[in-house]
Ligand binder design. Structure first.
Ligand SMILES: C[S@@+](CC[C@H](N)C(=O)[O-])C[C@H]1O[C@@H](n2cnc3c(N)ncnc32)[C@H](O)[C@@H]1O
Length: 280
């Protein structure tokens, strides 16, 4: 386990993931049933953008840095931007909130949040950060076991975030298993998987396998800030969303063209979202 999210926090891929997660959580927080959010790979929760790892890559500057510097963001992004602002009471952008804080700041007092993180330092920081909030349980535990451990009652609406490091393509297979576990344990679980797009092949195979396993609504979202690059540099990432809440399609329509324009680093940037299975 070499991956450290601190190098990448607030980059274009985080912006996409967190902007969409905010919309999903906000929409689910309007349904009657309490939401049970399960963040299977939660990270540290809050990242110092002046820490050596963040400074080394500077990725956030072309991600959240650009979003916060833009004069007028679409209304649909306001709740996400407000969460980033709340993490920076001094005004200047120094800290970036991860998925646990997006969930904390968007869900209701009656909702619950289960956070899983394996890396000891990050798990400890996360536990410390979220301790005052009684809705949140943060564990140093294997996120791949979270679905079976957490989804035990039909009286909640699960929101599952699958956001592994993708140090290898094996995370596509693990994510596939996790989507299918969530689907079989709950008829209503909304599941969002973040994935890198470096090579189209494993991405297409993953989407196809998830699609073959379900007849429920399934959507893909992609944001490329440049054409595919040779080597390790990430230029595109995507989300696969099973059972997206009603209205998310309109949110994406309102945010993605703007995000593409603001986050592009080269000609050939693109933003796309489409149904793999349209809602019935
Ligand atoms: C992409 S980062 C998560 C970022 C976080 N979800 C966010 O959006 O702010 C992936 C995280 O998964 C953690 N991780 C790796 N394997 C894990 C496992 N089996 N269970 C739980 N966490 C794991 C890594 O330590 C890393 O912090």
């Amino acid at each position: 386990m070499n991956y450290r999210h601190g190098y990448h926090a607030g980059n274009f891929a985080d912006v996409l993931k967190h902007a969409v997660l905010t919309c999903i959580a906000a929409r689910l927080a309007r349904v009657a049933k309490p939401v049970l959010a399960i963040d299977m790979h939660a990270g540290a929760g809050l990242y110092d953008l002046q820490a050596p790892n963040a400074l080394k890559t500077g990725e956030w500057r072309e991600g959240i840095g650009r979003v916060m510097a833009a004069p007028q963001a679409p209304e649909v992004l306001k709740p996400y931007i407000d969460i980033v602002k709340r993490a920076n009471p001094g005004g200047e952008i120094r800290y970036y909130p991860g998925s646990p804080l997006i969930l904390r700041d968007t869900l209701r007092p009656t909702d619950k949040i289960a956070l899983y993180e394996m890396r000891p330092e990050d798990a400890q920081a996360l536990a410390q950060l979220t301790k005052p909030d009684k809705r949140i349980k943060a564990r140093r535990a294997d996120g791949w076991k979270a679905i079976v451990a957490e989804i035990r009652s039909p009286d909640v609406r699960p929101l599952v975030l699958i956001d592994p490091p993708f140090e290898s393509d094996a995370d596509f297979d693990r994510s596939l298993d996790a989507v299918s576990a969530a689907r079989t344990r709950s008829d209503t679980a909304c599941v969002m998987v973040w994935h890198p797009i470096k090579d189209e092949k494993p991405v297409a195979a993953f989407r196809d396998k998830v699609k073959r396993g379900t007849s429920d609504a399934l959507m893909t979202v992609e944001l490329a800030v440049a054409p595919p690059a040779k080597g390790e540099k990430l230029t595109a990432s995507g989300l696969l969303i099973l059972r997206p809440p009603r209205g998310l399609n309109e949110d994406l329509h309102a945010m993605l063209p703007w995000l593409k324009e603001k986050l592009a680093v080269a000609d050939g940037a693109s933003a796309e979202w489409r149904w793999l299975i349209a809602p019935r």
